[in-house]
Design a binder for this molecule. Sequence first.
Ligand code: PEP
Ligand code: MN
Length: 339
Amino acid sequence: MIIVLTPHASDQQVEEVKRHVIDLGYDPRVIRGVERTIIGAVGDELSHRSLEMLKGLPMVENVLPIQKRYKLASREFHAVSSVVHIGRHAIGQGQFQMLAGPCSIESREQLREATRDLVAAGVRVIRAGAYKPRTSPYDFQGLGEKGLELLAEVKHDFDVAVVTEVVGSPHVQRVAAVADLLQIGARNCQNYHLLEVVADAGKPVLLKRGMASTIEEWLSAAEYLLVHGCPGVILCERGIRTFETATRNTLDVGAVAVAKQESHLPVIVDPSHAAGTHRLILPLAKAGVAAGADGLIIEAHPDPVNALSDAAQQLPTADFASVMAELRPLIEICGKHMA
Ligand code: PEP
Ligand code: MN
């Protein structure tokens, strides 16, 4: 950390700040300029108490970090891209995964029909929500436990891996008993208690970026998971809240490239929740692949018009083979291979 003192701070004030720095466990190095003095605090900011409190002293103008707030998630710490296993399937280091399925599990027939179409199109990881975090309490909230039973059934019958969302700590164990990958939704990206509980469940986690999270906050959320023993984290860019209203959210393509540079974790793109309309899924999916994504998660339903959630943005599962065919050459050009 660099501690910048106010102009013309007295020698006595410099000494006082040095004492605080030592009390917090760091070694202070004073650099005196003509008008201003700065103090470098030497020590590991990740394992020591925060120096931020020094901002409260009258002679301190600013306290600036020189280290990142995340370590286990950073490429600095782990230069080689990591591979995460979703059941028998791998993502990362050139292995691309397509995750697809309905927004919500609505019935046995709906989930089976979706899975049958998607498996025929080459999808190996099925997404489907049993517990749904809905903006309105009057909207369909998911089938809950019954949805998990249906998911376990298709997982067995179609030999697929499954990803589904965990919305609260009481469900973690039940969801982890079925899911190969636990989804943390955008609304829970900064629910640190839930992240800790989910990390402990022994399954890899798909961490969606919060709709108002900075990249640093998103990677710090991944750090929570890793610090608490999560066996693998996949980052998911799903669009952020901006002033734009033409799309449901604004897909932050730059964040995909930044996350790939800053972190060794696989990054996937969710064009569905960014677009909000089925018409934009393909172009946004392509943008994500071109920016370096290791995979995509796309909502698809056998009868989108009658879907109980996110009807406007779901692609018909019957058309998914053509979606795969259109994306495959781009994925290959970008140096990745879709199994
Ligand atoms: C979802 O995947 O269905 C979902 C609710 O996504 P998000 O958390 O990104 O809004
Ligand atoms: Mn959805």
